[in-house]
Write a protein that binds this ligand. Structure first.
Ligand code: LMR
Length: 392
């Protein structure tokens, strides 16, 4: 039965995680997978999460099934955290999913059910798993220009030109904030122009929100998404609590469809039905941690303070790397790193340079030059800068 099965191709991020783990060298530097790390290189359980977990363990009386959509309290707090009241709740159909990844996949399944011929447009540089998820749902995909690689900035004209061709009923995938892998975000003005364009074209925006709180702050990071939600008749949103709650392996995500009021119940039922066909009930523990935190003013404050510390550390690493590269290379070529947002930037390096950094210096980054800024600390910043100066 399985003889003809092709050899599996490991996702670049997962392959790099494995290669890093297998490297015996001391002093190796992991800038691969998008996981927050503190100055000591740890990814600790957040204190607010620990406190919420303790409370749940002490008070939970049953683990019997909930609904296919998951816990209502989780869906409500996440809807508010992401949408911030930009649309009436009567327009939002939502279900819990095992992480943001499954939210993206379930939304693709929903698109396929509703409109199998819809093409999903993704930015030329995007999270390496977006393509496979869209493809696995059987949807056609096209790319729009996004990054001006040399400038480390948005190719605004290219993006708008490509998206001006999107036919009615197609779907445009956008990153809510902290664009993965480029770190290049849209300004509020860009979001507004994009909204007007998508409206004119009759296209449906699909926003992947995986890093809320890591850019400019919780509300500022959702500004563009909320603008679109308020103006578009239909919109899709995938949300993740992996990074901003540090709940990575607990798999906590939400899939939302924003639709005209009369369609909400049908969409909610359809999304719940899609859950039933893959995993039935979404995992509960992580989502309960999130609702416990967000519904308790003291825990919420504790969480926000911790998240803000993480955000500032990443921003500080950005400035530190830009400065270290200025010193090591004597040029301003990498100054863009300081102005970008979130965990990632793409370093304009050739595949050979990326390979020498790994082979000669034990520095691991993705094949397209994506680095996780949270993987750096005061000691490794100058090491990376010097190694880059060496290979350039
Ligand atoms: C990443 O982009 O590294 C993270 O989102 C982790 C993942 O699942 O790929």
């Amino acid at each position: 039965m399985f003889e003809t099965l092709p050899e599996p191709k490991l996702d670049g991020i997962i392959a790099l995680m494995q290669a890093f783990a297998d490297d015996p060298r001391m002093g190796k530097i992991d800038l691969g997978v998008g996981v927050y790390r503190d100055e000591a290189g740890r990814t600790p359980v957040m204190a607010a999460v620990k406190a919420a977990e303790t409370r749940i363990v002490e008070t939970q009386e049953s683990k019997t099934y909930l609904s296919l959509a998951g816990d209502g309290a989780f869906l409500e707090v996440m809807r508010d955290l992401i949408l911030g009241g930009a649309v009436p709740s009567a327009r939002v159909a939502a279900v819990g999913t095992p992480g943001g990844t499954a939210a993206v996949r379930q939304i693709c399944e929903l698109i396929r059910m509703a409109r199998p011929e819809a093409t999903v447009w993704v930015s030329a540089q995007t999270w390496p798993n977006h393509g496979p998820l869209i493809e696995a749902a059987g949807l056609p995909m096209r790319r729009y220009r996004y990054l001006d690689v040399e400038a480390g900035a948005l190719d605004r004209a290219g993006m708008m030109e490509d998206l001006a061709e999107v036919p009615k009923g197609d779907v445009v995938l956008l990153h809510g904030c902290c664009h993965n892998p480029t770190g290049v975000d849209l300004s509020l003005q860009d979001w507004a122009e994009l909204g007007a364009l998508l409206e004119r074209r009759g296209a449906v925006p699909f926003v992947d929100m995986a890093y809320q709180g890591f850019g400019e702050g919780l509300d500022a990071d959702a500004g563009g998404l909320r603008h679109l939600a308020a103006r578009m008749p239909e919109m899709l949103v995938a949300g993740s609590c992996s990074k901003n709650f540090g709940l990575y392996r607990e798999r906590v995500g939400i899939a939302m469809a924003i639709v005209p009021e009369g369609q909400r119940a049908r969409l909610a039922g359809t999304l719940a039905g899609l859950n039933r066909k893959v995993f039935a009930f979404p995992p509960d523990h992580g989502g309960r941690v999130v609702s416990t935190i967000l519904n308790d003013p003291a825990l919420r404050q504790m969480w926000q303070t911790e998240l803000e510390e993480m955000r500032l550390r990443v921003a500080n690493n950005r400035r530190g790397l830009a400065e270290a590269l200025r010193e090591a290379t004597g040029s301003d070529r990498f100054g863009f790193i300081a102005g970008q947002q979130g965990m990632f930037s793409i370093l304009p390096l050739s595949p050979e340079q990326i390979e020498s950094l790994r082979a000669e210096h034990g520095i691991y980054m993705l094949g397209d030059g994506r680095v996780n800024m949270a993987g750096l600390n005061e000691a490794s910043l100058p090491v990376l800068a010097q190694a880059m100066a060496d290979v350039i």
